[in-house]
Design a protein around this ligand. Structure first.
Ligand SMILES: [Zn+2]
Length: 89
């Protein structure tokens, strides 16, 4: 006769049995890139017209070729737009 194997009600997930790390939740959806001033973290940076590849911060007058880039998820981006929206006339 076989001995009945005790069955627990809750099944242990495969990744625990294998000793793996829990499956990572992938970032879903789009990400949005925004550019910020590396000096004052303002997002009021824009390309200098007539000066290719140059950026300028309207807040602190920073000028350079490499503004800070930040990648935001959709939710964060919406928040960012909300905050930004208050300032835009
Ligand atoms: Zn700045």
């Amino acid at each position: 006769m076989f001995k009945m194997v005790k069955k627990s009600k809750i099944q242990t997930p495969d990744w625990i049995l294998k000793g793996d790390m829990p499956p990572k939740r992938k970032k879903q959806g789009k990400t949005f890139k925004i550019r910020m001033c590396p000096k004052c973290n303002s997002d009021k940076v824009s390309v200098v017209i007539g000066d290719v590849g140059k950026w300028e911060c309207k807040e602190c007058k920073w000028k350079g070729t490499k503004p800070k880039e930040e990648e935001l998820e959709e939710e964060e981006f919406m928040e960012y737009l909300d905050k930004k929206g208050e300032e835009v006339a």
